[in-house]
Every structure is written in structure tokens, then in C-alpha cells.
Design a protein around this ligand. Structure first.
Ligand code: BGC
Length: 330
């Protein structure tokens, strides 16, 4: 009840204005994005954070006694996506150089790593990204107590960038250097934010990001295999690697996803709070005008276009402290 001394003020309520703004709010925040497919990811299946350790495949056939294994890295259960505000300032290449790597490889000194990976990075002309990537990824992977090797496959010729073929070459050449059970293909501009996103393989191929800043922390479509993928070497062989046909931006990852589906290899993804990434800014490269055409014949080509048909020339193999550099012409 109003206080008797306070004059009652009549307020004009403009119901039509309220209705208009409510509808506008609903449209902008919900109906519009829904129509554009922005919420398509609501139907994604993610491995819950607490199940992640049980999904990882450790070193197979190792003779190490149980006591010597490095401890399991715990899984973060806080399910909020968090990006530190100083994220872009945290690249210190000088500090990483002090670690005295010899060949882009590392294994923990005091315990036996549970996971061994080869990280293969397709690359050309992005020194700033490569420096940031190495400065960020080495400490990140060390913290996870992994046995790992970073291999950068650089396209030396001036032809359009062929990401799929470079990844095939990286895989074929890496096998000549080291034993590979698990390989992670990784773009140079992607950085994992959450240190609990384990860089190890799962029983099925894993698309490593479930949330990324450039897509407003959502995934645009279910069959997305872009950016970074962790896969057992035997599965990569089963699908005959990537297609070599896609030159220029786009499509090779969609084609790869089709190959996996064709062999009943179902993509898995971790909880978005764990599998969260940021992308270093860059200008977009020219899309491959033929990518849609190639995508129509993905499965028909997969047995004859891939690892078994990749023609290339190795110009040099440089064993650098922070990575092995393969200089290739395609
Ligand atoms: C392209 C993919 C790319 C995806 C997300 C698709 O249109 O074909 O190569 O990963 O968009 O950017």
C-alpha cells in the first residue's frame, strides 16, 4: 500500500513499445540465430569432462612398471568456458628456447609418459604465428607430461596452399623418424586454452575443438573436422589420409570427415569447457573454387587419392631446437 504522505504518481505504460522490444530481443537473440543454424550444435554429443581420462588411449605394449607412469592429469570439472584476459600477451619464445630442446621433442624426465604423440603442423609464410604457437604449445604439452615431437611441414613452392597433402607428407615423413601410434594434425593459428584438454588419442578420431572464439564458442555444423584432429595412426592409414586434391582454402577437412564416416569412424569431441580454443588473427586465404566439386566424389576417390598417391619432394629436413622442419615441394 502507498504511504499516505507520498503523492501517488501515475505511470503511463506503453504496452505496444514493450511488446515491440520484447519481440525484437527474442528475434535477435534466439529466433534469428536459430534460423541461421547458429544453435545447430545443441545436438552435439560431447564427452563429459569427468569421462575424459577413460577415453584416452595410453602407450600400448610398454614394458614400464606401473609405479613409473606419470600421474594422470586431472580433469577440470568447472563447465564454464574461460579465456584469460591476458591470453594474447602470454607468448614468451625466449623462455621456451631456454628449455634446450634438441629436435622439437620432449619426454618427462622423472616418470614414463602415458601418451606419445606426433604433432604435425602444415605451414607457409606465417612466422609470427609459428613463433607464438611454439612459445605457447611447448609449455602446454610439457605440463601434460606427454612424450611428443613437433613436426612443421612447410610448403616451399608458390602453388596454392595444400593443407591436406602437407599433412599426408608430414605423416609419411614422421613415420620415418619415429614410432607413431597417435598423431595430432594442428593448424598453426590455433591455441588450446584449457590445459586439461589432453593432447592424446581417443578410441575414435577426435575433433579437438568443441568451442572456438571465431565461431562465438559454438560449432557451425556437426561434420566439422577443421583446425585440429587427433587420430590413431592405424585409423589414419585406414582412411588413406587426406585427399591431395584440395588446393587453396577449405574443403579438405570436410572431405576427411566423409572418409571417416565412410569407414564407420565416428568423430568424438570433449566437453566445450575443456576443448576450447582461440584462433590467432589472420586474413583469410583464397578458397579453393573446386572444393564443392571435389566434395561430391569424396568416397569414390578415397582409396586412390591420399597417402598412397601423394607425390612430393623433400628439399630439406632441418632438426631445429623447437621443431623439425620439413621443407617440401608438392
Ligand atoms: C570449409 C572448411 C572449414 C569450415 C569452417 C567450411 O566451409 O569447407 O574447410 O573448416 O568451413 O571454417
Amino acid at each position: 500500500m502507498a504511504h499516505p504522505d507520498v503523492p501517488v504518481k501515475s505511470v503511463d505504460v506503453n504496452y505496444s513499445k514493450i511488446l515491440f522490444w520484447s519481440l525484437a530481443f527474442l528475434f535477435i537473440n534466439w529466433i534469428g540465430p536459430l534460423l541461421c543454424g547458429k544453435y545447430a550444435d545443441t545436438s552435439f554429443d560431447f564427452v563429459p569432462a569427468s569421462d575424459i581420462p577413460s577415453q584416452l588411449i595410453g602407450l600400448i605394449g610398454s614394458s614400464v612398471t606401473h609405479e613409473k607412469w606419470c600421474p594422470h592429469v586431472p580433469t577440470q570439472l568447472d563447465n564454464r568456458i574461460k579465456i584469460p584476459s591476458n591470453f594474447n600477451q602470454s607468448f614468451d619464445i625466449a623462455q621456451v628456447k631456454n628449455y634446450q630442446y634438441k629436435d622439437g621433442a620432449y619426454s618427462p624426465r622423472h616418470c614414463q609418459s602415458r601418451y606419445r604423440i606426433a604433432l604435425i603442423v602444415p605451414y607457409r609464410d606465417r612466422l609470427d604465428h609459428l613463433e607464438k604457437f611454439l612459445a605457447y604449445m611447448h609449455p602446454y604439452l610439457m605440463k601434460q607430461q606427454l612424450e611428443y615431437k613437433i613436426i612443421v611441414v612447410e610448403q616451399a613452392d608458390k602453388k596454392p596452399f595444400n593443407r591436406g597433402k602437407l599433412l599426408n607428407v608430414g605423416f609419411l615423413e614422421a613415420q620415418k623418424m619415429t614410432k607413431i601410434d597417435c598423431v595430432i594434425f594442428h593448424d598453426v593459428d590455433l591455441l588450446p586454452v584449457n590445459e586439461y584438454n589432453m593432447y592424446a588419442c581417443t578410441h575414435m578420431p577426435r575433433h579437438m575443438y568443441s568451442a572456438i572464439d571465431t565461431f562465438r564458442f559454438r560449432l557451425p555444423y556437426r561434420e566439422l573436422c577443421g583446425g585440429t584432429i587427433a587420430i590413431l595412426a592405424r585409423h589414419f592409414n585406414v582412411v588413406n589420409g587426406f585427399s591431395n586434391q584440395f588446393s587453396g582454402w577449405g574443403g579438405e577437412d570436410d572431405d576427411f570427415c566423409k572418409r571417416l564416416a565412410g569407414k564407420q569412424l565416428e568423430i568424438v569431441r570433449f566437453d566445450p569447457a575443456v576443448a576450447v580454443y582461440v584462433m590467432l588473427p589472420h586474413s583469410k586465404t583464397t578458397p579453393d573454387p573446386q572444393r564443392m566439386q571435389h566434395l561430391q566424389s569424396s568416397l569414390a576417390r578415397s582409396d586412390v587419392d591420399g597417402l598412397n598417391s601423394a607425390k612430393y619432394e623433400v628439399l630439406s629436413i632441418d632438426i631445429l631446437p623447437l621443431y623439425v622442419r620439413l621443407l617440401i615441394t608438392l
